[in-house]
Design a protein around this ligand. Sequence first.
Ligand code: AMP
Length: 415
Amino acid sequence: MLIKVPKGTQDILPEDISKWYYIEDRIKEILNKYGYKEIRTPFFEYTDLFVRGIGESTDIVTKEMFTFLDRKGRSLTLRPEGTAPVVRAYLEKSMDRISKVIKLFYLGPMFRCEKPQSGRFRQFNQFGIEIIGTKSSAADAEVIITVLDVYKKLGLKNLEILINSVGCKECRGAYVQKLKKYLEDKKSFLCLECKERYNKNPLRVLDCKKDSCKKIIASAPLIIENLCQECKLHFSEVKSFLHDQKIIFKEDPKLVRGLDYYTKTAFEIISGGLGAQNAIGGGGRYDDLIEELGGKSTPAVGFAAGIERMMIVIEQQQIKWPEEKALDVFVAKAKDENIEAAFGLLQKIRNAGLSADMDYSESSLKSQMRIANKSGARYTVIVGEEEFSKHMVILRNMQTKEQKEVKIDDLIDQL
Ligand code: AMP
C-alpha cells in the first residue's frame, strides 16, 4: 500500500512553486520597504514557551499542539504560531541592546492539529511582523498598513478590516468580572465549549460562532465601553492614524483573538469569499507577553497572515499569476554518442550564466525536440557529429523556428 501525505498537510508541487516564490518575494519586498528584518527561528520549541506565551486555556494549547518528547524526555512542540518564538529569541539574544525598537518579520510553516477543512490545514504557512519596544499607537497603525500593502501588492480586493480594543490588564480584569456576572444566569444555555470558556477564558465566549451563544452575547456588556482612559486614548489614536491614511475599517466590539497575549488593539482581516475560515490575517498589541516570558516589561505589536488562504483568495478573485520563467537553452544531441560533447556545451552555457538543460534518456532527436518545446526554452542547441568535428553546432530559435550553424566559440555571444 502506498503511504500518503499526513492528514491536513499538502505537497507544494513543482508546477506551483513559482507561485510561492512570487508571493514570498512580494512579501519580503514590502516588509523590507517598511524596515522589517527577517528572523528564522526553529520549527520546534520547548512546549512551555507556547503554554506560557499563548495561554494555558486557549484552543491552541489545550487541543491543537503537536507535542512530543525528545529522547531525554523533554517536551517539545512544533510551533503553532510565530510570535512566542520571536519573543523567545528577542529575550535570549538581548535584542533590546541592539536598538530600543526592533522590527522583525518571519515567514514559514506553522503546525496546528485542527480538523482539516477548506482553508484550514495542520501544516500551513504564515508570514508575520513584530514591532518590539514601543507603545506608540503609530506602530499599531503601521502593522495594519504594512500588511494591507502586501495584500495590495498581490492584487487582493474586497478585504474587510475589523478592529477592536481588548483593553489592558487593569480594565480587562474588571470587564471580565462584569461579563461573567452577565453570563452567570445564562450559563446553562451556552454551548458545551463556552461553558468551559466561562470558567477558564470568558472573553472567548464573545467569539463563539454558534447561534445559541451569539444570541446570548448580543446584549452582553462590551469591552470597548469599559476601557480605562489610557486604552481608550490609544484606541482612538490608532483609528485616527488609519483614517489619515484613508484606510476603511469596521469596529467590531466582539472581536477577541484566539491567543491570550493580546492587549489593547486587536484586528483581523477578512475576505468574504473564504466561507467559514474567512480570516486571512490578524494581530494586535501584546504589551504583557515579553514580561510573561521572563523579560522586563516591554510593549509590542504584531500581525500574522496565512499564505494558503491568501492563495485561495488570489485564485477566487482570478488574479493572474506572473508567467513562469522558462529555460534559456535546451541542448539536444543528434545521436547518443554525442553526449560527451553535448554535456560539455551544456556546462559551458550554464557557466556563462544562462539556464540550460538536456535530456539524459536515450531518446531520438525528434523526441528531444518535443521536450525542448515543452520546456519553453528560447533556443535549442543541437550537437551533431559532423558539425562538431568542424567546431560548429546548430542553433535553433524556438520561436521563429529558424536554425543556423554557429561556431562553438561564438555560441555564448549568439545566445
Ligand atoms: P492566528 O495565528 O490564529 O491569528 O492566525 C493568523 C492567520 O493564519 C489566520 O488569519 C489564517 O489566515 C492563518 N491560519 C491560522 N490557522 C490556520 C490553519 N489551520 N490553516 C491555514 N491557515 C491558518
